[in-house]
Design a protein around this ligand. Structure first.
Ligand code: HXC
Length: 257
């Protein structure tokens, strides 16, 4: 496909999408959102791909939704077009998705990172929800996902003051799982994705789904979902292979069945 705002490549079993509007600090305009969703869905549909990475540039992962594009929008347009509802397509992906964040991840950029399953950050990364400074508020899930990721106290602070947090604060508060040097961030994400893609795809998708249920259910319901899903994996050849390989002290060969 001829994408204009993103770069798409595969590295073995990993699909990589790089946001590519560097002059606008990867501001997320409608075209970029459409292209990003299409590219991720194409990887989702591709049997050769086991995990995906979304990366930005050195200065910005993404500095937010495109303010220039949104500035003149009316309520009627926003409502009737169901503005920003496209993002449901990212959170509906079943294959694991990793964000490699260097530089600014602000507004919709921070929200995109939070839609990913794992966020790996460069030590120069800066996260924030500055929408309030523009007379609006987060609209791609930021109020919900940030509160779940870092807790209500820090989410309120960030969303109501618009301040940024650095990578250390983001890691300490649970938004980010690893912080590495800027020159390592993409490789760290690609290596993690390759590792995930090397496992049984059934196990990986089931594990992702179960962790997602944690955010949506009571502990009892979540543990019940986990147990049923865990039990179901005993119906797979990959479980037999994984355990046989352990016992026989060899590397497993997972066939995703
Ligand atoms: C459109 C943007 C942009 C954005 C940066 N640019 N962010 N364009 N939308 N979100 C453009 C600038 O206009 C400028 O273009 C170029 O990128 C470089 O940016 P500078 O501001 O010159 O860079 P710098 O001085 O280094 O400052 C970096 C920055 C700042 C701190 C990240 O750009 C900034 O504050 N950006 C806006 C961040 C923000 O408010 N994000 C939330 C957006 S609302 P020119 O043409 O002048 O060179 C949002 C809502 C989501 O995300 C919810 C759903 C609607």
């Amino acid at each position: 496909d001829a994408y204009e705002t993103i770069l798409v490549e595969t590295r073995g079993a990993v699909g990589l999408v790089t946001l590519n509007r560097p002059k606008a600090l990867n501001a997320l305009n409608a075209q970029l959102i459409r292209e990003l969703c299409s590219a991720l869905e194409a990887f989702e549909a591709d049997d050769a791909i086991g995990a995906m990475v979304v990366a930005g540039g050195e200065k910005a992962f993404a500095a937010g939704a495109d303010v220039k594009e949104m500035a003149a929008k009316t309520y009627a347009e926003a409502y009737l077009q169901d503005f920003v509802s496209d993002w449901k397509r990212v959170s509906a992906l079943r294959k694991p998705l990793i964000a490699a964040v260097a530089g600014y991840a602000l507004g919709g950029g921070c929200e995109l990172a939070m839609m990913c399953d794992i966020v790996i950050a460069a030590d120069d990364a800066r996260f924030g929800q500055p929408e309030i400074t523009l007379g609006i508020m987060p609209g791609f899930g930021g109020t919900q996902r940030l509160a779940r990721a870092v807790g209500q106290a820090k989410a309120m602070d960030l969303i109501l003051t618009g301040r940024m947090m650095d990578a250390a604060e983001a890691e300490g508060s649970g938004l980010v799982s690893r912080v590495v040097a800027p020159e390592r961030v993409l490789d760290e994400a690609l290596e993690a994705a390759a590792k995930i893609a090397s496992f049984s795809r059934i196990a990986a998708l089931a594990a992702k789904e179960a962790v997602q249920v944690a955010a949506e259910s009571s502990l009892t319901e979540g543990v019940r979902f986990e147990r049923r899903t865990f039990q179901a994996l005993y119906a797979t050849e990959d479980q037999k292979e994984g355990m046989a390989a352990f016992v026989e002290k060899r590397k497993p060969v997972f066939r995703n069945r």
